[in-house]
Design a binder for this molecule. Structure first.
Ligand SMILES: C[S@@+](CC[C@H](N)C(=O)[O-])C[C@H]1O[C@@H](n2cnc3c(N)ncnc32)[C@H](O)[C@@H]1O
Length: 216
């Protein structure tokens, strides 16, 4: 389900949109040059990847959406277009350049951009006054992260999700999918062919405990 956005996410005419795109590409490329291991890509994700990842989201049930590694906002603006008017989007990135760019260019009050690590998602979610996330999408380069950090991020994501929520990853390598399969009760997988390079997609679903499901 897609909600009409009462106020435009970005205060920009079409020309402004194009200029933002050019600036975003430059900021992203500079971020990559400064920290290639953490950014792990020279170009942002394709529209096909974004559409495929978000197709499984039940927007009517989404009050808090969390995004790890938003970069220059390739997914962020699309998520805001779909999010209900009373929903919130928490975007967490370790790169101060990307955080500053997002804060400057996206003025939507539903967006909270935090400079920090996905590892601290539980604390950050509580600090913004929420108890659980409905969905988490991760653009993190899992294969570049130390293995224990990667595992901690997936475990913290599981802990902070509500029952029925999903942890979604898109990555050039299958690392995130394997970590998700090890932590979550159910997993869907896919492949984004129209992405350079190809992208492995995964959705890990947190199921309600068996006892609760039987009682329902
Ligand atoms: C491949 S880029 C993804 C950018 C964007 N989401 C996209 O799809 O085009 C990876 C992003 O993860 C961020 N990042 C890396 N490690 C992180 C961590 N531990 N917590 C939060 N963000 C992190 C980087 O700064 C970068 O913005």
């Amino acid at each position: 389900m897609t909600f009409e956005n009462p106020s435009p996410t970005l205060d920009r005419p079409p020309r402004g949109e194009f200029l933002r795109f050019l600036r975003a590409a430059a900021v992203f490329f500079r971020g990559f040059l400064e920290n290639p291991a953490m950014v792990a890509s020279v170009v942002p994700s394709s529209q096909a990847t974004i559409d495929a990842m978000l197709a499984k989201v039940d927007w009517a049930r989404c009050k808090l959406f969390v995004e790890y590694g938003p970069g220059v906002g390739t997914f962020t603006t699309r998520i805001l277009d779909c999010l209900p008017p009373d929903g919130r989007l928490l975007a967490i990135d370790t790169n101060p350049r990307f955080v500053a760019f997002l804060r400057e260019t996206i003025t939507d009050p539903r967006l909270e951009v935090v400079l920090g690590s996905a590892r601290d998602v539980e604390r950050i979610v509580h600090e913004i006054g929420e108890s659980h996330a409905d969905y988490i999408i991760s653009g993190l380069p899992f294969s570049s992260l130390p293995e224990d950090v990667a595992q901690e991020i997936v475990a913290a994501s599981y802990a902070v999700l509500r029952d029925g929520g999903a942890f979604m990853t898109y990555q050039f390598r299958p690392t995130a999918r394997a970590l998700t399969a090890a932590q979550f009760e159910r997993i869907d997988t896919g492949l984004a062919l129209f992405n350079i390079p190809l992208c492995v997609l995964a959705w890990g679903w947190k199921e309600a405990p068996a006892a609760a499901r039987e009682a329902a």
